[in-house]
Write a protein that binds this ligand. Structure first.
Ligand code: SF4
Ligand code: SF4
Length: 446
């Protein structure tokens, strides 16, 4: 078989001087001098050359310097040791560069313990991150501003900021110490607006929405009014006897569940959400499976949400879903319907992490350079409206967390024309919706 390496080719080495004789002569003169006897003996030089030949894996040089070593009196043991030295240095060089890898992991990964919880929330402004304003990028794509579609299929209600967890990436900065809760009156106005505006799906989020005392009422009322209901759950909140009635209520009302599970391993999940979260999530997922949630072809839909565990973008949603499916099934017997890969937004606690860890500018650049204009038609503010616990309307949960809106409208004053073709308030956090495959409450958008 013809191969790239032909021993006879060594005889043609001098042809490398044909078109560049001066360079060739200089090289050969230097080469010859290097191998003359000096402070090192010719045998020592031949051994060094043999080691280097193995390190650069030059078949010609291995041949030439094996012979040279033998001619200069080296024995096989010395030659073998020389090759081991080359191998150790080459292997060690790869290994020591692992320190660079560990430095990057340490800098970019979220860790609850290292996040100073007493840091004031930081404001994000439109020009932040040393990148062009999102509106300028829209203009480059011939878009003056984002506008919602004429029909709005989804209302997302954020019914409170109380949560049993305090995750390191939480854009709402929810936690056990928060007190904000949506009242039954606001819920009722939201449901009325849904019916009047033919908004078919209610997407309930928080905090942990199950901790609002009127959660059950809201689910039942929405179903009574013919709405489809989705609930975003952190799973662990259901691991509490006081809320033991909720899973059955969700199943009876065919509520679609969207449950956060940052990763399929205990270590990586607990790093972001706190000790014991993974085990508790697994227990609740198994319980939901027993109720019929997550079965292929079933009508009780159980979707999971993956968030990157640090200052990096989510990978391909489909391949993450395959990994999750395999690991959760083989490790814990858990099944689910879909996995949504949702990026971390530079808002709330994740913004604090970005700033504290020195990742902010780099992360914003990653988002900016990942900008994909194909995502613009499908960003979630186009076809949903977000209602805050105190009754104000926002374009999305992130604008809500930032208090950003073009005209601060209360649900009690909302008219049909306020929702359709609505002008959307944007800023640089919007790059998180438009990077790569895009990110929304339903995962990738393209
Ligand atoms: S990310 Fe979700 S579960 Fe975690 S603190 Fe925020 S609202 Fe709670
Ligand atoms: S962050 Fe909100 S307003 Fe901005 S593009 Fe995303 S969904 Fe729209």
């Amino acid at each position: 078989m013809q191969t790239y390496y032909n021993p006879n080719d060594l005889d043609k080495f001098s042809s490398m001087g044909d078109e560049a004789p001066q360079l060739w002569e200089k090289f050969m003169s230097y080469y010859g001098s290097v191998f003359e006897k000096g402070a090192l003996s010719e045998r020592e030089k031949a051994l060094i050359a043999l080691a280097v030949a193995h390190s650069v894996q030059c078949a010609y040089c291995i041949d030439a310097y094996t012979n040279s070593c033998l001619e200069n009196g080296a024995d096989e043991a010395q030659m073998t040791e020389a090759v081991h030295v080359a191998s150790a240095i080459r292997g060690g060089a790869a290994l020591v560069h692992g320190v660079q890898m560990k430095n990057i992991i340490k800098k970019t990964r979220l860790t609850m313990n290292e996040l100073e919880s007493n840091v004031e929330p930081l404001e994000i402004d439109a020009g932040s991150g040393n990148i062009p304003a999102f509106e300028d990028t829209l203009a480059e794509n011939d878009i003056t501003m984002l506008k919602s579609n004429n029909s709005i299929p989804v209302m997302q209600m954020n019914i409170g900021k109380i949560c049993n967890l305090s995750c390191a990436h939480c854009h709402v900065e929810a936690g056990p110490g928060r007190t904000e809760l949506m009242s039954r009156d606001i819920m009722s106005s939201g449901l009325d607006a849904m019916v009047e505006n033919d908004i078919k799906t209610l997407d309930i989020t928080g905090g942990a929405p199950e901790l609002n005392p009127d959660f059950t009422w809201l689910v039942e009322q929405a179903v009574k009014r013919g709405r489809k209901v989705m609930v975003r759950s952190n799973l662990t909140v259901l691991d509490d006897e006081k809320l033991a009635h909720i899973p059955k209520l969700l199943a009876e009302n065919k509520v679609e569940l969207v449950c956060s599970l940052p990763y399929y391993s205990e270590k990586d999940t607990d790093k972001v959400r706190g000790d014991g979260v993974f085990k508790s999530s697994v227990k609740i997922l198994q319980m939901l499976n027993n109720l019929g949630y997550g079965a292929e072809g079933g009508d009780l839909i159980l979707n999971l949400v993956y968030n990157p565990g640090g200052a990096f973008l989510p990978g391909a949603q489909q391949s993450l879903e395959e990994d999750f499916r395999l690991r959760l099934k083989s490790g814990f017997g858990i099944t689910f319907n879909n996995l949504y890969a949702i990026g971390n937004f530079p808002v709330g606690r994740f913004l604090t992490f970005l700033k504290q860890s020195g990742n902010f500018d780099e992360y914003m650049e990653k988002l900016y350079y990942g900008f994909n204009p194909d995502t613009l038609d499908n960003v979630m503010c186009k076809d949903q409206i977000s209602l805050s616990y105190d009754g104000y309307l926002y374009d999305c949960d992130f604008n809500q967390a930032l208090g950003l809106s073009r005209n601060k409208l209360h649900i009690s004053d909302c008219k049909k024309e306020d929702l359709s073709g609505r002008e959307i308030a944007t800023a640089n956090h919007c790059y998180a919706c438009t990077a790569g495959s895009g990110s929304s409450c339903g995962g990738a958008v393209v």
